[in-house]
Design a protein around this ligand. Structure first.
Ligand code: NAD
Ligand code: ZN
Length: 355
């Protein structure tokens, strides 16, 4: 239980079995139906468990299954879900549950934020990456012209992180999710960073105790940074470490070749390289790169991605103003810093060196 903020995050093996008591404790009403939104992968693996325990605890349950993947974060899916919610008799007192990774979390969260101007929302994350996306209250769907552009801030009532659900994750998704955990260590906590380095084998093999500790610390760091800066004015930008280059890589790779965690792994190596170039200690680069390697994450830009296109995608980014760039770098391991006035030529050099 991360009790030091407005909503609790419970992390542990088998938490879904006690969903009824968590719901009762946190005033989730059983008067009106609850809607569980999930994707077709997660539905076949974990939905029955959730629904069964909710029914046993006296809740009426409506299931909504979307196709897995980013395409489901759309206004048309949102409209269909709300249609079903109305048909099934959901009202102001209903709760929306997100059972899945970041896609389902963002989508279901936006349903909860917009249905009847906002109803209660519960996150049951089933990916490692979702330790990041389930904390902070950002929810959204995509527009064909831009990702996450139609959204809101809507905090969940509770987050129930059942680590047993992670056992069915594909290996590539495990590594990509751990990439964000590595980021949280690098930007905030040198000791946690060291622990991540020493426990790679355990985390990669989903050792329950290591996962609990790692997810707990990752959530704690994210939530601490966000609570200092709920609406993204200053500090929250340190969470973008690795993301400026990473987002550009994802876009140029059409969002279907690199997983988010893989793209930001390359981005973090780039940002670490930049940090050293700006005069900070060499170990920032060597340790960041070593971490990515240890976790089987990519450290180089795939050969078929065009550097000009990557630069163009980055220039589209709102953080770039008048030939000067604002970048999240590290002053040291565990100490992120927002540096402005970096020349685009230097960024290009760094990107070229990531080949
Ligand atoms: P995802 O939700 O698409 O999940 C990845 C894949 O794993 C999917 O195919 C899914 O079906 C499958 N899956 C999920 N849980 C599983 C399980 N337990 N076993 C087997 N398969 C499982 O992607 P993600 O990486 O979790 O999240 C990415 C999304 O998160 C993006 O849309 C991104 O914009 C969003 N995001 C949001 C925030 C935020 O603050 N709101 C932060 C970071 C990322
Ligand atoms: Zn990210």
């Amino acid at each position: 239980d991360l009790g030091d903020r407005s909503y609790p995050i419970y992390i542990g093996d088998g938490i879904i079995e006690q969903i009824g008591s968590y719901f009762a404790k946190h005033q989730i009403s059983s008067r009106s139906p609850i809607m569980v939104i999930t994707d077709d992968n997660v539905a076949s693996l974990h939905l029955k468990k959730v629904t069964t325990h909710l029914l046993e605890s006296g809740y009426k349950v409506v299931e909504y299954i979307v196709p897995a993947g980013e395409m489901s974060k759309s206004l048309s899916v949102l409209e269909q879900i709300i249609g079903k919610a109305l048909d099934a008799g959901l009202d102001r007192t209903s709760t929306i549950i997100a059972l899945g990774g970041g896609v389902v979390g963002d989508l279901a969260g936006f349903v909860a934020a917009s249905f009847m101007r906002g109803v209660k929302f519960v996150q049951i994350p089933t990916t490692i990456l979702a330790h990041d996306s389930s904390v902070g209250g950002k929810v959204a769907v995509n527009h064909p012209k831009a990702k996450n552009i139609i959204g809101a801030f809507h905090q969940p009532q509770i987050v129930l992180y059942d680590t047993s659900t992670l056992k069915t994750l594909p290996e590539r998704e495990i590594k990509a999710g751990l990439s964000e955990m590595i980021k949280h260590g690098l930007i905030w906590d040198a000791e946690f960073s060291k622990w991540i380095d020493e426990n790679a084998e355990k985390l990669l093999s989903l050792d329950a105790e290591a996962l609990e500790y790692g997810l707990y610390n990752g959530c704690k760091i994210k939530s601490h940074v966000v609570s200092e800066d709920e609406r993204e004015h200053g500090l929250r930008a340190i969470l973008n470490f690795g993301h400026t280059i990473g987002h550009a890589l994802e876009a140029v790779a059409h969002y279907n070749q690199l997983l988010h965690g893989e793209a930001i792994a390359i981005g973090m190596v780039g940002a670490a390289k930049l940090s050293v170039r700006l005069g900070y200690p060499e170990r920032i680069y060597t340790e960041t790169k070593a971490a990515m390697k240890k976790y089987g994450l990519p450290i180089q830009i795939p050969g078929h991605l065009d550097i000009d296109e990557i630069m163009k995608a980055m220039l589209h980014d709102k953080k770039f103003k008048e030939g000067k760039v604002v970048f999240t770098i590290l002053k040291d391991i565990g100490e992120a810093h927002i540096q402005s006035g970096i020349s685009i030529d230097l960024i290009r050099e760094i990107v070229e060196e990531l080949r």
